[in-house]
Ligand binder design. Sequence first.
Ligand code: CMC
Length: 407
Amino acid sequence: MSTTAVPPAKTTKPEAAAAFARGLEGVIAGESAICSVEQGKLIYRGYEIHDLAANATFEQVAFLLLEGHRPSDAELQRFKAEVVAERPLHPAVTAFIESAGGWLASGRAVPMDVLRTAVSILGHLDPDAQDNSVPANLRKSKRLLAKIPTIIGHMQNVIDGKAIIGREHGGDPALDHAANLLFLMTGAKPTREYARVIDVSLILYAEHDFNASTFTSRCIAGTLSDMHGAVCGGIAALKGSLHGGANEMAMEMLKEIMRDVGEKAIGTKAVDDWMQRAFDTKRKLMGFGHRVYKNGDHRAPILHKLGRGIAATDSKNPGGHPALKWFELGEQVQKIMLDKKNIHPNVDFPCGLTYYTMGIPVPQYTPIFVASRITGWCAHICEQHANNRLIRPLSLYTGPTETKWNG
Ligand code: CMC
């Protein structure tokens, strides 16, 4: 651990004010061996993201993050078998998901809320729930990794008014993790191309050092609270539109532009005018900008290329427009953002476009992000528990000066 001098608790106000960074920007809040987010690179345990996206599978990346090293073939087979065996849900969790259909239909709950509650119930049923030891945390990580896609799939079946798919086995044991997620949601086995695109999106989303949801999970774990609680906190943090919720909001924004300007106006000044109105009202455009990356998010072009590839060859027609139209609109919006604001898209922008092209319902985009980021969260919770110190920063007091209650 670092021996850097820590300011005493009674830091004077000017000292505290000088140390203050709004939104903790630029603050190093801990050490981690899991991931390095750099302007020029994104690294998972020593492996660069382009390399992983081109050459690894999500299961390999999940193993890398959770177990700490690249798996051998035998280790990968064992890991995959363990995860497949953990896919089915306890009937109590499925019953809860079925009971949530009304809340989902009425909009009182969105899929991220139902997923958060379902994960909380998983905690009640987990034999290792209160055990924060390394082996117990690893067992819980694998169970969460396995069961979250099943929750998402069952929830989509309930939303669609369909019978639960894969109630007994949590899908098709012969399918890999990403393909099984799509199968659970739709009942159809995806094409190899679709399965690979989802798999790569899961690789890209898996880990990103001290982002808001991971930091939340670490704060919770740092009190020596349990993994399921820390993951529920992570889900709540990811839901927000400034974080993971941006993949849904980015697509909603593109749908809004398409509605406002019409398909024929793509490529014309009408889109520039729409954007100018957004700039004039200081609107935050979803799927753009990043706290750390100021020259672009390394993950975005990887997913954009794959999604565009699907759109170019796909006759699917979500929202009544040819699939490629969405990418053409998205590319025009990206160009305007870069030209006028010098702001690049983050991974959530191509994610929205890609998942939409694949016909995935928009409210499931952030839950699918959870299906991936669960690996990063669990790796961080394990790391925090294994070398814990309570996370307890200071605040800069801006309230009234001291006053006597009876004075
Ligand atoms: N649209 C319009 N202007 C923006 C945007 C945007 N998306 N992002 C940043 N800016 C402007 C911002 O208004 C500010 O301008 P000014 O200096 O004139 O006030 C300037 O750029 C600096 O931005 P900031 O607010 O200091 O940046 P931040 O580091 O606090 O915020 C962010 C980062 C990601 C919250 C922000 O860029 C944002 O709100 N983006 C939209 C939501 C989004 O896409 N989130 C996903 C984040 S990455 C992946 C993930 O976590 O899922």
